[in-house]
Design a binder for this molecule. Structure first.
Ligand code: CA
Length: 237
């Protein structure tokens, strides 16, 4: 499927923002279907089977969260949440409801398009990992579990590989702390965000050109982490 064929459902009650999104998406040759209420969004999602849904949380008839849960009952499509709510608890609630990523209003055009591309790419791969992850001078081979730095091989522990693996399968998108801990350690360690933080710190020491100013392993304060690779362009902020 070429990008020109991707259909994006935009559920947003603000006509101005819908217009901006349509213009932006159509400039990249995505097709757009709009809905201004949650009820309409659900109908369009069933009728058109879009490749991606962008959903505003503050909708006039129902909360966007309940729309996300409804769509998740019948569809695995990537869902980007668009919201002026900037509290971490709102972002986590949206991700827990089944959204894949979160874009805060006001958004920049490059940021929105980068998130759209990352979501569609992940879906096209079916959530499979990238075989080779390029992080500047460092290359991580996720299949062979090896890593190469500018000065030779890097040693990563099996746990560190599991953390990177989970982030790489969602490259460019937010992964919550809970998701990371569940996948790397299993459900027994849920809530151990301090343990996770120290692993992220160690990974940065090994993988980042400047661990104090991470370029690849990005913290999403209070929520989780996001991995950028050189194959998924950095997001302009
Ligand atoms: Ca709204």
């Amino acid at each position: 499927m070429t990008e020109a064929m991707f259909l994006v459902l935009v559920v947003e009650d603000d006509a101005g923002i819908r217009g901006v999104l349509r213009m932006l998406l159509e400039s990249q040759r995505y097709r757009v279907v709009e809905a201004e209420t949650a009820a309409r969004g659900l109908i369009e999602a069933r009728a058109h089977r879009p490749d991606l849904a962008i959903i505003d949380l503050g909708l006039p008839d129902r909360d966007g969260l309940s729309l996300i849960r409804e769509i998740r009952r019948f569809s695995p499509i990537p869902i980007l949440v668009l919201s002026a709510r900037t509290m971490e608890v709102d972002k986590i609630a949206a991700l827990d409801a089944g959204a894949d990523d979160y874009v805060a209003k006001p958004f920049s055009a490059p940021e929105m398009l980068a998130r759209v591309r990352a979501s569609l790419r992940r879906n096209a791969r079916g959530g499979e990992q990238l075989p080779l992850l390029r992080l500047g001078p460092v290359t991580v081979d996720l299949t062979r579990r090896s890593a190469q730095g500018p000065d030779g091989p890097l040693h990563l522990t099996p746990l560190e590989f599991r953390v990177i693996d989970c982030l790489a399968r969602n490259v460019g998108m937010i992964v919550t702390q809970t998701q990371l801990i569940r996948e790397a350690w299993g459900p027994d360690r849920l809530g151990d965000s301090r343990g996770l933080r120290s692993y992220i710190k160690m990974l940065r020491q090994k993988l980042e050109p400047d661990p104090r100013q991470p370029r690849y392993l990005i913290t999403e304060a209070g929520i989780g982490y996001r991995l950028h690779s050189d194959d998924n362009e950095p997001i302009a902020r």
